[in-house]
Design a protein around this ligand. Sequence first.
Ligand code: FMN
Length: 332
Amino acid sequence: MRSRNDGSTPRSACSLADLGRGEIVTLNIDLRVSIGTLELKNPVMTASGTFASGREFADFVDLTRLGAIVTKGVSACAWPGNPSPRIAETASGMLNSIGLQNPGVDAFVEKDLRWLEDNAPGTPVIVNVSGHSAEDYVDVIRRLEIEPGVAGYEINISCPNVEQGGMAFGTDCLSAAAVTAACRAATARTLIVKLTPNVTSIAEIARAVEAEGADGVSVINTLLGMAIDAESCRPLLARVVGGLSGPAIKPVALRAVWEVANAVKVPVIGMGGIANGTDAVEFLLAGASAVAVGTANFVDPTATIRVIDGIREYCERHTVLRARDLTGALRV
Ligand SMILES: Cc1cc2nc3c(=O)[nH]c(=O)nc-3n(C[C@H](O)[C@H](O)[C@H](O)COP(=O)(O)O)c2cc1C
């Protein structure tokens, strides 16, 4: 990262929109980043489960501007999810216990993937994969390997809202490594493993999945929490506990990204409470190579685009010519 204190703009580093008058300066910022073999046009992805497969957002967001679309979790067979109520609002975030409801991989391909192929050309689609066993994850990947519209997989071993599978795989180095190895053997495409913060050392789990061939790690999934209605003396969620997301978890997520980025060589995709460009830049400085926007999509459906524009504006203001130079540029 380069910083300048004198307010001047190096001519070699920019295209001058108003050459001669020297007032209006447009820097040619390179926003591209790489995750495994994937090159993204900018570092901003959608966080799984908060953007569906993009269809509901297409009226608000030009999907071709996104770095990547990460789909909601897809399993081999349809999952009904958890009983309602399964969403609760808290002071600075939301609790959910959706339980990875989805129609199964075949329905996903017919309905969502085909739609994405037509409506988000050029934007990599990363399928978030759910399973109750390592075989379940592999089954989903095998089914999708024949689909050219899939760029990679994000393996969710971190969902706190299902009894079997989900977070159970992500809280133990051996099982996290075993799921990663099984998925790695099933694909040469970009393989990202999504980690839970609900562990003693997230860096240890990251190292375990890196050793089995993960191309990147997503940090973080939701934090376990609960909410209570004091008047009725009842929990707000039918399942009592759920996953906390949104601004409340940002400091935890930043710490986790920083720890993981210092522990592994593969790219880290940071997420947790990102709502604007400055939030995203903070994750990049902490060591993330890319970021994902989640709960903010429910507050403002254009949040992803605001975050992309915000990163560019930050780079212009600080004369950072390549967004990837922000990664790990934190001064400590
Ligand atoms: C309603 C909801 C559904 C989610 N579903 C998934 C999912 O299917 N798979 C997954 O890996 N993460 C899922 N997540 C976690 C998010 O992708 C993200 O990691 C988390 O919410 C933190 O980011 P945020 O604070 O920006 O929302 C879900 C989150 C929410 C709020």
